[in-house]
Design a protein around this ligand. Sequence first.
Ligand code: HEC
Length: 806
Amino acid sequence: MQESKSTPHTGHGKATGPLESFTYDDAITRKFVTATLVWAVVGFLVGLILAVELPFPQVNGGLEWITFGRLRPLHTNAVIFAFAGNAIFAAIYYSTQRLCKARMWSDMLSNLHFWGWQLIIVSAALTLPFGITQSKEYAELEWPIDIAIAVVWAGFFGVNFFMTLVKRRERHMYVAIWFYIATIVTVAVLHIFNNLWVPLVAMGEPGSLLAWFKSYPIYAGAQDAMMQWWYGHNAVAFFLTTPFLGLMYYYLPKAANRPVFSYRLSILHFWSLVFIYIWAGPHHLHFSATDEWVQTLGMVFSIMLWMPSWGGMINGLLTLRGAWHKVTADPVLKFFLVGITFYGMSTFEGPLLSVKSVNALSHYTDWTIGHVHAGALGWNGFMAFGMIYWLAPRIYQTRLYSQQLANLHFWLATAGILAYVISMYVAGLTQGLMWRGITETGQLAYPDFVETTQAIMPMYWIRIAGGLLYFGGTLIGCWNIYITWASRPSEYEVPVFEAPALADSPFTPEERPESELDGVLEIGKKIDVWSTLWWHRVWERMPIKFTVMTTFAVVLASVMELVPAFVVRSNIQEIATVKPYSPLELTGRDVYVSEGCYNCHSQQIRPMVAETKRYGDYSKEGEFVYDHPFQWGSRRIGPDLAREGGKQSHQWHVLHFNNPSYMTQGSIMPEYSFLMKKQIDFKSIPLRVAAQQALGVPYPEYEGDNRSKAADDAKAQAAAIAAEFVQQNQGPYRDDDGEVIDLADKKVIALIAYLQRLGVGLDAEPAAEPAPATPDSEETPVAVEPADDQPTAGGLASTVGEKGAS
Ligand code: HEC
């Protein structure tokens, strides 16, 4: 491997100019390491709380801020962007300086990057629990934070990194740098294009803080889903994979004191990863209302990804050849070995899960949850901790406090992740099989959704145990690093290095080799020469060309994947009966988004017998044309809600939100009694409608001066629903203290208006076959009202009164 040694050297030839002196900025690495550990504790702790909330929904104590739906995005964002993010920044700042023989271009930008990023994370923690969210997974942060991310990522981090490359003193860019380049460029592209929105403030003065933060994405329905999973999958690729591979390529050979196994393999798997990954996103949308060809394309490219991924794994594992004896003694290598093994496992499992027939079983289940934790805790977590143990003695200039504690951390983490992953596999398979179970007479074997929830409770317990072990290991790791830091010298030494400037360092152009093949066509010789990859050596000296080529690969793949789905209008069959949401329904939808219901509920019925039997007719693309943002969800902790409209009475919903397990025995849905007290923000409704209009949703009745009519209509609809509720309930709503509450201006009514609307726009055949009478209906103390009594539920009359589908 090519990299700077700790002793300065001047290259192979003779330098033509004077030597320059320089130092490295390790203070920035220390900062990022601290942040990594702090956010690891926060992110994992929130994960643990969520894991406990599932079997015990009441532990949230009825507090809205920590309900599962609001907290889960905080967990994912904290682990991905705060823990893994700070880890890769620590990795990049330390290694880039050494690989480039140059201090970071600007200390100020380094620090702006550090503090800016921490501020973004803090603002995530201050917004998500308050229901301020865009609801797109791993892109939940609202628009002002989106802008901050773009500035910090591209403006501070990107500029600083690329200027350091330009000012480097080592001509050749080592493979780790290629991966960093791909990361910086692609994450910027993904973030920007997935986060194009219209904020409510653009439409006028929003009365409340919540409305001030609110925005709608410019994409709708199936297109929003395409963009989101193009982003979502590549966030995994370019935030959790490429930078960690870069990390592996730098720190593993250092720790093992062995060169990287194969240089050619690293070139091959770098370019194939960069190009192929982009296409794989649609595998998150199998059997959904996206075009079939898009799904198949996603599957094919996902399967192809297996090879380049394993190229990376093999290069990592075989770098340890001849160093295996060290693995048993060195906790750093242990962490790396298990990390790379989990990388191999998850990148085998990923392609497997993207095969449509496997996905038919696994999708929406906890199998996916097992898969992502194998990646995030197994691969990212182990690599990050391995790196930190390697860095600690170097950046704190002292000995690691305790090898034994590091080993203990390793074993706790290993046991923890195994318990976690295995329990989730069992849970996922159980769910998947129970959902699709059909009896001999063609009925659902488990018509009651909660049966499938209850069946996996023991697995939820094992998951908590696994999480506790992993978390315990993390705490021990933090303690170990803290004591190490505490024994640092009173002042850090700052070694000074010397090297000539790049322009003055010797340069031998790469020579095109001659083919040694004999008796073959000219073209054969050309291919032979090309496949020596000598030209890549040339690129490796040209950061701008390298960056341009990487960007080109990523953008080309994105354009080919996304553009057909956008330009071919006929791709989406419009359904004449699908109308925009009424102002109240739209507001209720925003409540649904804000509460994060999509974290537990899908709105996407796949064309499979068991699924259409359970939920109704399968979803069509045309149903979602007004959905900014889409709410298809990716997980079913609760049942699908795509055809919820008309299934239950208003009263049922109110009582269910008040106390889900009262209405459905064994429910693990959190209670939402606070929705009975929160006012609907009627003032913001005209702005919401106007923002939708700006995105092309037709609301002719609210154009121009008629805008404020939207709020009046919402009030009228809310009053009607509230009155129907009182009638169904044979009395007003009373809270736990017996106090009467008028629901007509409360959020719960807006949410119910939205739920009663779901799926009824599809004026097609009756949505579900007559369902069998289910035992559940006996537990339901409420008579279900006929749907035609409800103003919003047309078309689905035939499904009314059956509870079997829940
Ligand atoms: C922790 C996961 C979770 C969250 C968050 C959650 N739910 Fe549920 N939900 C469930 C489960 C589990 C069930 C099935 C048991 C039951 O009926 O309570 C369910 C059932 C339902 C049902 C009944 C469907 C039917 O007809 O049988 C509705 C409606 C519903 N949820 C709406 C919501 C809404 C709206 C939100 C957001 C405000 C939400 N849920 C948040 C887990 C969740």
